[in-house]
Design a binder for this molecule. Sequence first.
Ligand SMILES: *Cc1c(COP(=O)(O)O)cnc(C)c1O
Length: 387
Amino acid sequence: MSKKFETEAIRTQVERSQFLEHSAPMYLTSSFVFEDAEDMRASFAEEKDRNIYSRYSNPNTSEFIDKVCKMEGAEDGFAFASGMAAVFSTLASLLDSGDHILSAGSVFGSTHSLFANFFPKWNISYDYFSINELDNIEAKIKPTTKILYAETPTNPGVDVVDLEVLGRIAKKHNLILIIDNCFASPYLQQPIKFGADLVIHSGTKLMDGQGRVLAGITVGSKELVDKVYRFSRITGPALSPFNAWVLSKSLETLALRVDRHCENALKLAEYLEKHEKINWVRYPFLKSHPKYQVAKKQMKAGGCVVAFEVEGGVEAGKKFFDAIKMLSLSANLGDSRSIVTHPASTTHSKLTKEERLASGITDGSIRISVGLEHIDDIIADIEQALG
Ligand SMILES: *Cc1c(COP(=O)(O)O)cnc(C)c1O
């Protein structure tokens, strides 16, 4: 990245049209036209780098991809209709029948379902490693292991995985290291610096940040992204140009928004830590977090999500939930509106209790995605609900 993060987020743009628009126009077109037969032949033969059809590429999508590549320090990328389309298409494009994925046990619920319920159909197997026992990873590598996969911070346990250690293991064993960086956003953490080959985001979360669109993106080395692109231009999970336009605008304010998210989240975490009705609080930038040093090493700030447990188990958790007045009871995160979730009964209800515990979710765990409202109002709502 030649300029600073905030500048690239605003000044990276695709070529403007004859009207020299200041802000990017929307290219709501499914296809593009050619000058003549030779132009069309050469374009399809990929002798020219140009837009052909919006399932392959579109100027709005390219602008969004260019911005994220600069933010992550990546060579190339492809944008998807959702975060899960990015996860599925990236893995499916790289894996062959017989291959094995070695993944952190604490992964997004739908990613877990993909590994457990769908990949076995294509003879793709997986094993989990514990993010608290990184020393045991190497023993779990098989001759067929191709991909090392993790998220950090984790959802919804808000644990932290040491990216430097994963990068070292992946390099030594010639594995493709893929990091889902959605919880941190590229503003707080750039996994490629620590050895990741590909970085995946759900653009639905902090990137949009206003709960309007679904999106996903994968960025990384040109060689690997080309494989993802070949698979995706055929299978069709491309992001819509309209949603790409929305996201490209959102990225202009990512740094500002994430700074405030983190400031509010840290204040809330510190408040909860002192509250006598709270059993425990987890937030990466609290000194009491077991991975505080790792978080400091790889993240600029702690992110927008705080996890905690209300004293009194499931019943107390439910009571707290029902007493909330302003915060939204919803499943999204990274939104300008603060959101409360009870993972055990919602997002992670399809996991067994043991699988939930392995991801740091007790029955009474509450996850708050801290938004951009004034922190005094966020705390006031939580205080009255605890009362
Ligand atoms: C939300 C999320 C996803 C999936 O993204 P969608 O846009 O909802 O498909 C993947 N990984 C993590 C960590 C997420 O939080």
